[in-house]
Design a protein around this ligand. Structure first.
Ligand code: RB5
Length: 143
């Protein structure tokens, strides 16, 4: 299982914390930047991660910016990507069960690292329920 990760400067520290946790769990990680605290533009990184997932270079993606909002908007511009910005464990569970989110967005300035890790684990460990939800995700993928 390969997970592509990307962040702007606002999400960099949270990305580092989550990456360390993913590595402990044995995932292969592809980090598409940014690597320094210098100010960068989140659309560049959201697009890079989303394209890695949509293009099959990664199985799942994770994106991080200050709030998770801008980079999730960017990721969702890429066809085939269903990016969910989650701020709670419940949202993470439903993002997988109902939306089959293939990219998770987190906010480095809004979500503490311990909660972000719980959200990440819940998203990774939950299963898509299919059925009526598959009809709806198919509709999303056709947009
Ligand atoms: C960058 O300052 C900030 O705007 C960005 O990280 C993010 O929060 C945008 O949605």
């Amino acid at each position: 299982m390969i997970i592509a990760v990307a962040s702007d400067h606002g999400g960099l520290e949270l990305k580092k914390a989550v990456k360390a946790h993913l590595a402990e769990r044995g995932y292969k990680i592809v980090d598409l930047g940014t690597d320094t605290p210098d100010s960068v533009d989140y659309p560049v990184y959201g697009k890079a991660c989303a394209e890695a997932v949509a293009g099959g270079k990664a199985d799942l993606g994770m994106v991080f910016c200050g709030t998770g909002i801008g980079i999730s908007i960017a990721a969702n511009k890429v066809k085939g990507v269903r990016c969910a910005l989650c701020t709670s464990v419940e949202m993470a569970r439903l993002a997988k069960q109902h939306n089959n989110a293939n990219v998770l967005a987190l906010g480095g300035r809004t979500t503490p690292a311990d909660l972000a890790i719980e959200i990440t684990d819940t998203w990774l460990d939950s299963e898509f329920e299919g059925g009526r939800h598959l009809r709806r995700t198919n509709m999303l993928d056709e947009m």
